[in-house]
Design a protein around this ligand. Structure first.
Ligand code: AHR
Length: 453
């Protein structure tokens, strides 16, 4: 059945600049994300470039990642960066206390930077505020960014990288508010520690952008912002929603994320003096299925519904573009994955990946005021009335992009598009995420069940 809807795009009213970094990614030492996903080593029988898996490099390049966050996640809170540099056969194997698994340290800072350079992404490194120290973090910045002939900068040069890596984004810890985290802290203790880390890191490189840990507790956010606003550039938020449950709740979840991000934006506005800009980094987001447990290495099989969910997230991020300036899907390969590989050299991409492809290829630089009018349904879970149609428009050079999500499981939609303050030329093109059913999935055997058509 066709249902009626209307979309009003005002080309004369810009909401803000769409920051390319909202299409960012995240890779963590966890399950098969790094080992078997990003990294197979130079001696692998699988095609690789300096040990980086070639098919993953190609698939990653195709979605033009603007920024990649590493090494965690929870893993970051127990990671000592010096274990991961120098000749690989001399690096210590450690027991990773975050995920309770062996860590070979074959993939470290130099390999990560190589992955970023080869995929065109900016590196974003999260420092260890669990078992590490501020001094250790500052020396990591020295290793990456300094040109001075001092110990850590010289070490980078002697390992074959004379040019500084110029890593701009540094995360000050990960989910420190949670009791699962190595180095769990109260908001006040985190704020003090965050200031100390920021102080030392900025002494090494004042130009870096620092991302503090935020969360869904506004009390935490207010305390961190009040104490640290002078030193930080971003505050983060992580959001995971349960995958595979009621379809209509899953596709409503981006509106819940939008509500939380808007709430965090309000806290930033009311806590941080106007002379300083603190943005939001939504630096972990995804659906998380019950099957993705520690035994499976957080592996899950995503369906077309996941692609609809991801598209809803992107539309929300366009609407919030004045405050949310970075976002990172958790995660790129094999862990809650966008890309899936096996050890035989097979690869396929999930509908979430395809949503990235669609939006990265078809989003302009300016978000336009866009309203969508359609029937709604009630999501009890989120206490929201959810419109079946979600729309966001953006303007690129000589081109208006309209991104639409039809949340209905069964109905096609007949939408009238009204364009204000501009005249449309004839023509245009349409790309869409296609699959037979909301639960259609891709696999190694059937990699094109869900496609872009
Ligand atoms: O992405 C998986 C894990 O989820 C991350 O390590 C952690 O930050 C979050 O809880």
């Amino acid at each position: 059945m066709d249902t009626a809807a209307e979309i009003v795009v005002d080309a004369g009213c810009t909401v803000g600049d769409v920051h390319p970094q909202i299409y960012g990614h995240f890779i963590e030492h966890l399950g098969r994300c790094i080992y078997g996903g990003v990294w197979v080593g130079p001696d692998s029988k699988l095609p690789n470039v300096n040990g980086l898996r070639r098919d993953v490099l190609d698939a990653t390049r195709a979605i033009h990642p603007p920024v990649i966050r590493w090494p965690g996640g929870n893993f970051a809170s127990g990671y000592h960066w010096e274990d991961g540099i120098g000749p690989r056969n001399k690096r210590p194997a450690r027991f990773d206390l975050a995920w309770k698994a062996p860590e070979s340290n074959q993939f470290g800072t130099d390999e990560f930077i190589d992955f970023c350079r080869k995929t065109g992404a900016e590196p974003y490194i999260c420092v260890n505020m669990g078992s590490g120290t501020a001094e250790e973090a500052a020396r990591w910045v020295e290793y990456c960014n300094q040109t001075t002939p001092t110990h850590d900068a010289l070490k980078r040069a002697t390992l074959g990288h004379p040019e500084p890596y110029s890593v701009r984004y540094w995360g000050l810890g990960n989910e420190t508010y949670g009791d699962w985290q190595i180095g769990h802290l109260t908001a006040d203790a985190y704020s003090r520690s965050c200031s100390e880390y920021a102080k030392l890191i900025r002494r090494v490189d004042p130009s870096v952008k620092l991302i503090a840990v935020g969360c869904d507790s506004q009390d935490w956010n207010r305390r961190v912002l009040s104490e640290c606003w002078k030193q930080i550039d971003y505050i983060s938020l992580h959001k995971y929603y349960r995958g595979g449950e009621d379809y209509y709740d899953v596709v409503a979840a981006p509106l819940d994320a939008e509500r939380s991000l808007a709430e965090l934006s309000r806290i930033v506005e009311t806590t941080v003096p106007a002379e300083r800009q603190v943005h939001i980094a939504f630096d972990e987001w995804n659906l998380w299925y019950p099957e993705a447990d520690e035994q499976s290495g957080l592996h899950q099989r995503a369906s077309l519904t996941d692609g609809v969910f991801a598209s809803g997230i992107f539309n929300a991020l366009h609407r919030l573009c004045r405050t949310v300036k970075m976002a990172n899907l958790a995660q790129l390969v094999n862990v809650l994955p966008a890309i899936v590989t096996d050890d035989e050299g097979r690869i396929y991409v999930n509908p979430t990946y395809l949503a990235f492809k669609l939006y990265v290829d078809h989003t302009g630089t300016k978000a336009l005021r866009t309203e969508a009018f359609s029937d709604t349904y009630r999501s009890q879970k989120y206490g929201l009335d959810v419109p079946y149609l979600d729309a966001s428009a953006s303007l690129g050079p000589n081109m208006l992009h309209l991104a639409l999500v039809n949340r209905s499981k069964v109905d096609e939609m007949n939408a009238v598009i009204r364009l204000r303050n501009a005249r449309a030329r004839a023509g245009g093109s349409l790309s869409e995420l296609k699959g037979e059913r909301p639960d259609s999935t891709n696999s190694f055997e059937t990699p094109n069940t869900v496609t872009i058509g």
